[in-house]
Design a protein around this ligand. Structure first.
Ligand code: ADP
Length: 472
C-alpha cells in the first residue's frame, strides 16, 4: 500500500477534526455522568436516611434503633444514629465513629432546625472518605435525634472509573473505526488523482495515446475527461503541425524548384525563341509571387501567435472595401466560368477597422470560394443585420466541407482531406489568419456548409457607436 500526500493530509485533517470533537465531547459526557451519578447517590442516601429516621421516630423506642443498625450492618450500608443531644447512640460499620461521642454543634443545630445535612467525612488521617447524608428524627414535632447514612466515596469513584473506562473504550473504538474509514475514503479519492498525475506525465512526455479511465460523474470524473480531451487536442495539434510542416516544405519546394529550373534555362540560353524566354520569365515571376505570399502568410501567423499585429484602426467604408475586392477577383471568376454576384446595401454605416486587413479577409474568403468551386456562383452580400451589426456573407456553390470537419477549418494548419489539399493547393493558413484578423477587429465568423452543395461564411462586425447615432 503506497501512501500519498493527499491520503495523509485528508486522513490527518479528518482525524484532527474527529479529535477536536471527541475529546471535548468525552470530557462533557464524563462531567455529566459524574454529576449525575453523585446526585443519584446523594438522593438515594437522603431517601434511606429519611426512611430510617421516620421508622425510628414513629416506633419511638430503642429497639427500633437496634433493628435499623442491624439491617444496615446486614446490607452493608454504613450509618450512625444520634439522640436529641447529638450523642451517637448506634453505629453500623462507620470507621472512626464511636458510640457515646457527639456530633458537632453545628450539625446538631442544623438537624434540630429540620435541615438535611450533606457533607463529606474522612475517617481519620489517610482514612476512607464518605459522603454523608443526615436527617432529623421527629415525632409529633419533637426533635428526637438524627440518622446519618454514609456512602464510601471510593465505591462511587470505582463505579465512575468503570463508566470512564467504558467511555474511553468506546471512544477509542470510534476513533479507530473513523481512522479506518477515513483512510479507505481518502485513498478512494486520491487514487484517481495519483492515476491522473501519472497519465498527465505520460502525456507530457509525448505519449499522447494515454487515457485516464473515467469512472465517476463528479469533479474527479470531469478532470479525467478534461485530461483525455487535452490528450486528444494535443494529438490533433501535433498531427496538424506535422502535416503543416510537411505541406509548407512541399509548398516552398515547388516554387523554388520552378524558379531554379527556369532560371538555369534562361541563364544558359536553353530557349528557342524570345517568346519562350518571356514565358519562362513570366512563370518565374508568378512563382516568386506565390512564394512571397506564402512567406507573408507564415510571417503574419507568427506575428499573430505572438500577439504582435499592428492594426491601423480607422472608420472604413466596408462597402467600398468589398467592391474593390470583388472587382479584383472578377477576372479570376470569369476565367473559371463562375458567376460572381454581389448585393451590397447602400445604407450600411462605417465600421471601425483596418482597411488593408479587411481587404485581406475578404480576399482570402473569395479566393477560397473560387478555388473550391468548379462551376456555379459565388455571391457576396452586405447588409445591416440590426442596429448594432453588419453582416457580410460569402456563399459559393462549390464542393462544400464535410460536417465533421467544419469545427476545425479555422484551426491553424488544418486542411480538409489530404487529397483535396493536393488538388487545390493552399496551406491551411488562410482561414486561421482570416478568423484571427476578424476577431482582432471585434467581429466574428461562422461557417455553414453542405458537402457537394456549397459553403457560406457569415462575417459580422459591430457598427461604430457614433455612426449608429448618425443613423438614428
Ligand atoms: P487552404 O489554404 O488550404 O485553403 P484555408 O485555411 O483557407 O486553407 O482553408 C482550410 C480548409 O477549409 C481548406 O483546406 C478547404 O478544404 C476548406 N475550405 C475553405 N473554404 C472553403 C470553401 N469555400 N469551400 C470548400 N472548402 C473550403
Amino acid at each position: 500500500m503506497r501512501w500519498n500526500r493527499i491520503s495523509i493530509k485528508m486522513g490527518a485533517s479528518i482525524i484532527f477534526l474527529l479529535l477536536t470533537i471527541l475529546l471535548p465531547l468525552g470530557f462533557v459526557i464524563d462531567q455529566v455522568v459524574y454529576g449525575f451519578y453523585v446526585d443519584e447517590e446523594k438522593q438515594e442516601m437522603e431517601k434511606l436516611s429519611s426512611r430510617y429516621a421516620s421508622a425510628i421516630a414513629h416506633s419511638n423506642n430503642r429497639m427500633m434503633v437496634q433493628m435499623v443498625t442491624t439491617m444496615a450492618d446486614f446490607s452493608q450500608i454504613p450509618l450512625y444514629v444520634t439522640d436529641e443531644e447529638g450523642q451517637i447512640i448506634a453505629n453500623a460499620g462507620v470507621p472512626g465513629i464511636t458510640v457515646g461521642s457527639s456530633i458537632s454543634e453545628e450539625d446538631l443545630v442544623a438537624l434540630s432546625g429540620g435541615e438535611t445535612i450533606t457533607k463529606e467525612y474522612k475517617a481519620g488521617e489517610g482514612g476512607e472518605k464518605f459522603l454523608v447524608s443526615g436527617q432529623a428524627m421527629e415525632s409529633e414535632n419533637t426533635f428526637m435525634g438524627g440518622v446519618f447514612v454514609l456512602s464510601s466515596v471510593e465505591s462511587i469513584d470505582q463505579s465512575i472509573q468503570r463508566i470512564r473506562l467504558m467511555l474511553t473504550l468506546s471512544g477509542v473504538g470510534v476513533f479507530f473505526l473513523a481512522l479506518g474509514l477515513t483512510l479507505v475514503l481518502s485513498r478512494k479519492l486520491s487514487d484517481p488523482l495519483v492515476h491522473m498525475e501519472r497519465a498527465t506525465r505520460h502525456i507530457a512526455k509525448g505519449d499522447l495515446k494515454t487515457r485516464v479511465h473515467v469512472s465517476t460523474r463528479d469533479e474527479t470524473g470531469s478532470l479525467a475527461q478534461a485530461i483525455n480531451d487535452l490528450a486528444v487536442d494535443l494529438q490533433r495539434y501535433q498531427d496538424s503541425r506535422r502535416e503543416f510542416f510537411a505541406n509548407v516544405s512541399h509548398e516552398l519546394r515547388t516554387p523554388i524548384t520552378y524558379l531554379g529550373g527556369y532560371a538555369r534555362i534562361v541563364n544558359k540560353g536553353l530557349y528557342e525563341s524570345e517568346e519562350e524566354k518571356e514565358k519562362y520569365l513570366a512563370i518565374m515571376q508568378k512563382e516568386a509571387t506565390r512564394l512571397k505570399r506564402m512567406i507573408e502568410d507564415l510571417f503574419d501567423l507568427a506575428k499573430m501567435e505572438e500577439g504582435k499585429v499592428d492594426l491601423e484602426m480607422e472608420a472604413i467604408d466596408i462597402k467600398e472595401v468589398l467592391e474593390n475586392v470583388v472587382e479584383r477577383m472578377q477576372l479570376r471568376a470569369e476565367e473559371k466560368g463562375i458567376d460572381m454576384i454581389s448585393t451590397l446595401e447602400n445604407n450600411v454605416p462605417f465600421l471601425y477597422g483596418d482597411g488593408m486587413r479587411m481587404e485581406q479577409i475578404f480576399y482570402n474568403l473569395l479566393e477560397n470560394a473560387l478555388r473550391y468551386t468548379e462551376d456555379g456562383t459565388v455571391t457576396v452580400d452586405l447588409k445591416l443585420e440590426c442596429q448594432e451589426r453588419v453582416l457580410i456573407s460569402i456563399e459559393d456553390t462549390g464542393i462544400g466541407i464535410p460536417a465533421e470537419e467544419q469545427p476545425y477549418i479555422f484551426e491553424r494548419f488544418y486542411r480538409v482531406e489530404k487529397s483535396r489539399a493536393r488538388k487545390y493547393g493552399g496551406t491551411g493558413l488562410g482561414l486561421a489568419i482570416t478568423k484571427e484578423l476578424i476577431e482582432l477587429q471585434g467581429g466574428s465568423i461562422a461557417v455553414s456548409s453542405q458537402e457537394g452543395k456549397g459553403t457560406r461564411f457569415d462575417i459580422r462586425f459591430p457598427i461604430i457607436p457614433d455612426e449608429k447615432e448618425e443613423q438614428t
